[in-house]
Design a protein around this ligand. Structure first.
Ligand SMILES: O=C(O)CNC(=O)[C@H](CS)NC(=O)CCC(=O)C(=O)O
Length: 269
């Protein structure tokens, strides 16, 4: 089973881990279980400087997350965690832990949100502190082959197409969408990515009003490879879940083999 936790992360990493631990205690007893967390679940800060300070002591938090994976016997898609780079920046890294507490994959967010949001309230310049990643990541797991993306990556269909060609069956999109862009674009884009890649799309989101003054859209969602919404949580904290049916996924791909019908050159490289 796969679950996505919706969180309302604040400024304190310790309090955010506590919020996560409380939520873990509510989850189904089904195993194997993959728990997906939203972007910036560990720290949703006021400034890149604050996040960088956490990044510089990240080993302590990675150890705590690893211990929780062992203690609860869960796999954990740890939304994003700031991992310091040598340029006084950090990667917005999506780490996958197995139920032994080992990190089995790290994807660094590729597309950075340097955007002026249309309501006039938000000028985002993520690249001032975040270093963009370069590599796609698909990793095998008991749940299927998992492709990793983060938030704004959702707008770049070529990345999703590349993940599908690299074998992904389940694509994670941990997010902290703005309320304005979320209302306009969140569900249509996620549904399109699920249909185009014929994959499960699991999007764990930040929701509500945060200590850093931001408001996020919430609406964590799980979409099937056919584009059906399997589960959704609009507001508040909590979780949604699904039991992926990979036989159905492969039947959809067999009956409508869009990948082998692809003729545009850049998609065949
Ligand atoms: O900076 C942090 O602490 C957490 N990170 C975020 O909130 C990131 C970068 S600012 N948000 C997004 O990518 C929103 C994308 C979005 O809303 C859209 O594509 O419309």
């Amino acid at each position: 089973m796969i679950v996505a936790l919706q969180m309302c992360s604040g400024l304190s990493a310790d309090a955010n881990i506590e919020q996560f631990t409380q939520q873990l205690q509510q989850l189904p007893a089904t195993r194997p279980l993959l728990v997906c967390l939203p972007e910036s679940f560990l720290v949703f800060s006021k400034s890149g400087q604050q996040t960088l300070a956490i990044a510089k002591q990240i080993d302590m938090y990675l150890q705590q997350l690893s211990n929780l994976c062992r203690q609860y016997d869960i796999w954990l898609a740890a939304g994003t965690i700031p991992i310091a780079t040598e340029h006084d920046k950090y990667f917005a890294a999506s780490l996958l832990f197995n139920n032994q507490g080992d990190v089995v994959a790290q994807y660094n967010k590729m597309h950075l949100f340097d955007v002026d949001v249309a309501d006039g309230t938000g000028a985002y310049r993520e690249s001032h502190f975040t270093q963009a990643g370069n590599d796609i990541v698909v990793v095998d797991s008991p749940f299927g082959k998992i492709g990793l993306t983060v938030c704004y990556d959702l707008r770049f269909s070529g990345l999703f197409s590349a993940l599908q060609r690299a074998g992904a069956e389940i694509i994670l999109v941990p997010s902290a969408f703005t309320t304005v862009t979320g209302a306009a674009h969140w569900q249509p884009l996620l549904t399109a990515r699920a249909i185009e890649t014929q994959s499960y799309v699991i999007a764990a989101a930040q929701a509500g009003l945060h200590e850093n003054g931001r408001a996020t859209y919430g609406h964590s969602i799980i979409i099937s490879p056919w584009g059906d919404v399997l589960s959704e949580l609009a507001n508040g904290t909590g979780f949604i879940g699904c039991q992926p049916d990979l036989n159905r996924l492969h039947a959809i791909r067999r009956d409508m083999p869009v990948q082998s019908h692809q003729r545009f050159r850049e998609h065949l490289l």
